[in-house]
Design a protein around this ligand. Structure first.
Ligand code: 3H9
Length: 700
């Protein structure tokens, strides 16, 4: 009965409602309907208690995210939970895997909760721009108290079953045999005449301390989750939980949930949820492709980048051999790693025992021959093609057959690097972002000869070390840096046309970017771009208006944060940036030299120019097949370049503004600004003509 996704069967005096909706038992319409039917059956049979449990790898992991935005189908989750809350029999949730979101709300509505010790519970809705919309904001504080509820719901992070028991969100934890234990627990509760405990009936009030906590959390979250709406709405619901009866609080929660659901921020965050998962998939990869086993890695270059990469692997339990030219260089590299870990220890993020174990995974050497037996090598030396080719030729003679040879280059040709070896099929790019131990993005760059197994291996290793990996085809700068060039150019042009560094950065930061483009340049070091331009011809450098100010700053000794000044002056203690009239003098002189009469630029023009420059180039990359799908580009920008996830990345941004509007704006820039910079990407024009969407575009 109940169809295949939900079944109901009797185990003596206990009825068991079992959900089987792989992969994560999400609360799709069929599941909600099935549970409703099963509850109806259980209410009329002679069972004394009802256990709700799940097949497969997890308890219900939440509402079915694919159903959001589609016409609602009864029963809604709130209606289902109303029935569950008022069920005549004693109800018990049996939790394994991850009881998340609506799934945990189902469990919280049951009278009792039993969990496997390995289980986790949480309310991650905030990560989707939502809030728990089926009583989670009202039941959690009633069971666990307001401070714990604030923490759980605003962070969205899951907690262990044990911790949940401490917080009274779970009543019993067992090591194994969950369903049998749940049935036995039901019998035991009935025998003890245990009450049908309803979280909705528990009292909650708002103490002066709670009020203070919520107010301070509001201010803290306003800063930390700058621009995001859901965290503030969550706190409003929690206040309502404490200040009003359950039914009114539930009504408030429903209203706020519906606001979140209709908010473009949630659409963007849900897009990112699926984008991250899609990015892991390699199109046209033969099904039988097996990633190679990677248990040891060699990293060449013990500088900031190589050291950061070494930390990622060591933390994942993979043996690392960190190699540099001299003993002194590797010693310095190792010291830097130890210093980074010491900071994490001081901040309470890592324990000394964990750090010691991690550091034990790293050995150092100044002899390349020590890489003879490693499964993978990642080269992180100076960004120079000739140097990289030399390194790879050397590795070719040393490494065992089948070892994966990866370059961490940000720009250089993987094909030329691969051609320096006799095994180009083993060579590819693995582009980490600085600081490599912090930034989540990994661009896996496929060379013309890279084998399927080698690509699959790099993607799998990326996942193992906690990165979000995105596959990129070969072009100068790959996905991220090729697009960045256009973003940086527009920032520089806005400055010289009449803006200031502070206006440009704060326009982008208010819009949601983690850091404005000129502040980022200061952080990275202005000398890097300067040196790169020195290698280029005047034609390759492009419009002098797009780099003259940056050149002049470097020539004046302003290299960015590292020299205490760049586009800004930096406080030596706090590193806080301050506007500097000396910069505007340089800008004014450059304007005069180029014959530019400054004009006033609106923040909206700055934001539009910078985001459209990114997206237009992104569309070109997509049509060229450099990116597999539009959402991969969004993942690159959100995880590698501080693009706000709640805007969903540059491609989602233009898709949601309307591609026709985006194209019209690019055409307006084409007419008014440098027309060479503003050529509509042919793909965008095609999609507008035939009413297509970026999200559906797949290159044949
Ligand atoms: C909510 O509950 C709102 C309520 O408060 C109120 C309602 C009124 N729906 O991540 P994985 C898919 S909001 C649909 O690779 P893992 C996923 O796309 C929801 N699909 O596995 C993937 O598909 P594919 C609150 C979902 O083992 C496949 O399942 N809940 C959902 O690494 C495997 O996923 C959440 O936010 C879903 N809810 O991690 C939890 N979840 O194979 C979201 C997953 O085609 N889920 N899929 O790419 C997760 O955090 C992780 O999936 C989980 C498993 C930890 C469960």
């Amino acid at each position: 009965m109940m169809g295949t996704v939900v079944t109901y069967e009797r185990h003596g005096s206990v009825g068991v409602i079992r959900i089987n909706n792989p992969p994560v038992n999400a609360l799709s319409h069929a599941v909600r309907y099935g549970i409703m039917e099963a509850l109806a059956t259980a209410s009329t049979d002679d069972s004394l208690a009802v256990v709700l449990s799940c097949d497969g790898r997890t308890f219900i992991a939440g509402a079915d995210i694919t159903e959001f935005g589609k016409p609602p189908q009864a029963p809604s989750l709130p209606d289902l939970l109303l029935t569950l809350d008022n069920h005549p029999k004693l109800t018990i949730a049996a939790i394994h895997g991850t009881a998340l979101g609506g799934g945990f709300e189902v469990a919280l509505t049951c009278n009792y909760r039993i969990a496997l010790a390995t289980g986790k519970v949480g309310l991650p809705e905030v990560k989707l721009g939502l809030l728990p919309g089926a009583g989670g904001t009202q039941r959690t504080p009633r069971l666990a108290g307001l401070p714990a509820a604030v923490d759980l719901i605003t962070s969205g992070n899951p907690i262990s079953a044990q911790r949940a028991m401490t917080l009274q969100l779970v009543d019993k934890v067992v090591e194994d045999s969950l369903e049998d234990s749940a049935i036995a627990y039901g019998v035991e509760l009935v025998e003890q005449s245990a009450p049908q405990r309803q979280a909705s009936a528990l009292a909650l009030s708002l103490s002066a301390e709670d009020k203070y906590l919520i107010e301070s959390m509001k201010a803290k979250l306003l800063k930390k989750t700058r621009g995001e709406h859901a965290p503030q709405r969550i706190l409003d619901c929690l206040i309502a939980a404490a200040e009003s009866p359950f039914e009114s609080g539930l009504k408030r929660e429903r209203e706020e949930f519906m606001k979140c659901l209709a908010d473009p921020q949630s659409a963007a965050l849900r897009h990112m949820f699926f984008a991250e998962r899609a990015a892991a998939k390699i199109e046209k990869l033969p099904k039988d492709t097996q990633p190679l086993a990677i248990t040891s890695v060699g990293i060449i270059g013990a500088g900031t980048m190589g050291g950061g990469i070494a930390m990622c692997f060591a933390q994942a339990g993979i043996a690392v051999t960190l190699v540099d030219m001299t003993d002194e260089a590797v010693k310095l590299g190792l010291e830097k790693i130890a210093k980074n870990y010491a900071i994490s220890e001081k901040k309470g993020r890592l324990t000394r025992a964990h750090i010691d174990l991690t550091m034990a995974n790293i050995t150092t050497s100044s002899n390349f021959d020590d890489l003879a037996n490693v499964d993978m090598v990642i080269e992180a030396v100076f960004e120079n093609l000739e140097v990289k080719k030399e390194v790879f030729a050397k590795l070719d003679g040393i490494c065992k057959p089948g070892a994966v040879l990866a370059s961490n280059t940000s720009y250089q040709s993987i094909d030329e690097i691969a051609a320096a070896t006799m095994r180009p099929e083993s060579v590819l790019g693995m582009h980490f972002f600085s600081p490599a131990n912090v930034m989540k993005l990994l661009e896996v760059v496929k060379g013309a000869a890279s084998s399927d197994a080698v690509i699959a291996t790099a993607m799998a290793v990326g996942k193992k070390i906690g990165k979000v990996s995105v596959l990129s085809g070969m072009c100068y700068g790959f996905i991220g840096n090729r697009m960045l060039k256009h973003y940086g150019r527009e920032a520089a042009l806005c400055l010289i046309e009449g803006s200031t560094p502070a206006q440009i950065d704060s326009a982008m930061e208010s819009w949601g970017m983690a850091m404005g483009p000129l502040a980022v340049s200061d952080l990275a070091g202005l000398d890097i771009g300067y040196k790169a331009r020195e290698q280029l011809t005047a034609e390759q450098k492009g419009d002098p208006a797009s780099y003259m100010v940056a050149d002049r700053l470097v020539e004046a000794g302003r290299l960015g944060q590292k020299s205490g000044a760049g586009y800004y002056q930096y406080d030596p203690e706090t590193r806080e940036r301050q506007e500097d009239s000396a910069v505007m003098s340089i800008v004014t002189a450059a304007r005069q030299e180029l014959g530019i009469t400054p004009r006033e630029l609106k923040d909206a023009e700055i934001v539009n120019r910078l985001t459209l420059a990114l997206a237009n180039e992104g569309a070109k990359l997509l049509q060229e097949g450099i990116a597999q799908r539009a959402s991969d580009i969004d993942v690159v920008y959100c995880y590698g370049y501080g693009f706000p996830r709640f805007k969903g990345g540059p491609m989602h941004t233009i898709e949601s503004m309307g591609l026709d509007i985006a194209v019209a704006q690019i055409n307006e820039f084409h007419g008014r600004l440098n027309p060479e910079h503003w050529q509509v990407a042919p793909l965008l024009a095609e999609l507008v003509d035939n009413g297509g969407q970026l999200a559906d575009y797949h290159r044949e």
